[in-house]
Design a protein around this ligand. Structure first.
Ligand SMILES: [Zn+2]
Length: 60
């Protein structure tokens, strides 16, 4: 699992955490699974706050 903090989205994405749109220019986090089985993981764009909650949930 890797994350990158985006300084600003260049287009709108939908956050899978809250199902709300991350508007262009909104700082957010890009998350994708560690490369396994040679595949490029599917990137997901999350609000920083939503991802923090999700990461905490997954850690349990
Ligand atoms: Zn969100």
């Amino acid at each position: 699992m890797r994350t990158v903090t985006g300084s600003g989205a260049v287009k709108a994405y939908r956050c899978p955490g809250c199902d709300q749109v991350i508007g262009a220019g909104t700082a957010h986090v890009v998350v994708w699974p560690a490369a396994e089985r040679g595949g490029v993981g599917e990137r997901r764009h999350w609000h920083s706050g939503c991802w923090r909650r999700e990461a905490d949930r997954r850690a349990r």
